[in-house]
Design a binder for this molecule. Sequence first.
Ligand code: SF4
Length: 440
Amino acid sequence: MPKRVYIETFGCQMNEVDSARMISLLESADYRQANSIAEADLVLLNTCSIREKADQKIRSALGELRRWKSGRKGRLVAVGGCLAQQQGARLAEKAPHVDIVFGTHNIARLPDLVRRAENAIPSMEIDFSGDTSHWDAPPYIPSGASSAMVTIMQGCDNFCAYCIVPYVRGREISRPSGEILDEVRSLADRGVSEVILLGQNVNSYGRKEGEITFPALLRRIARVPGIPRIRFVTSHPRDLDRETIDLFGDMEALCPHIHLPVQSGSDRILAAMGRGYTRKDYLEKISALRRGRPGMAFSSDFIVGFPGETESDFEETLSVMEEVRYDSAFSFKFSPRPGTRAASFAGAVPTEAAGSRLRRLQSLQDEHTRERLAACIGREMDVLVEGPSARDASQLCGRTSCHKFVNFYPEKTRTGSLRTVAIRSAGAHTLSGAEGAPRG
Ligand code: SF4
């Protein structure tokens, strides 16, 4: 009887795909995925340290796992990911019920570490070895999945002033293009229609290694039969080049949506953040993308209350939003991460002012999201089905090529993962519709 592992993933898509790889790797130690903590023999937290809130959630999860572990002999707890990388020694000291602590460069070692833990030998492996052998393990994907994430690189060399990623993921390493293409081909063979290429800064793919460029990689992936949709995340606005921008106009398979994190609309704050572009540079790239692919959708990340941000800096951020009218956005209050440059910057913005700016920004974004969704009503859109709708079992749920969620009534006779849906209404965050002619 195989044992069961339950993985709780915090943070970004890089962590999600690493968790999917951990499931594959653990098969060699005779573990299969559990659907709940209750049925697990091993619970693994794949952690994030990008914001203080994620950090607190993980500490509270560890408290609960202390009780879970004492409920039956032989239960194991492992902690991996960015927080483990950054604070491994402290974690092991503060949470002695944790059997395994492993860093972002030690994922391939997981099966061995689990076998040791089964023999009551705790482990802590958090060295920055540059080991990427875990890329050899194909990420677990559920059968029938229509979309899959493919890692193309890891780490980052940018050292933006607020960001912990280069310290916990290490320097940028690109994966050989041959391996990426093999993974994409095998996903196509399994019926996957959409690949999402993942990296902290995909636009600098291959530069250090002398690999093919990112646009060349996109062209090769587009030639793999059976992959009608390609996406990528995350793009750095400074590194998004003309060739990649032009591909949005030339390459049908490249979905008309880009996540392009601006972070702030003020040049003074962008310089303090060390982002390497100005508001003007950013807006020019947005315009070029719109010209190349009319109807293109945009999403972004924002940080409000960065040290030294004045009301007028913040208003410049709002004005970028008004100009771009993003389809969606992630926005956060600045949270100083120990070890980053910005953690020691003067000019802290009072919590109340930062909170009020965040509320204003989010309310403006809600308005724009509603407006962008409403513009879809009456159109027929191709939707990639992800599964049954969570809110109504008679409906399916999927995403448009411009990355909008749609719940829709399917035609009973139709099958396949790509469906044409007539959009009938729009809510605050999703669209609704029906396959075939619009109803009602
Ligand atoms: S580009 Fe900047 S924000 Fe993005 S991961 Fe690298 S350091 Fe962090």
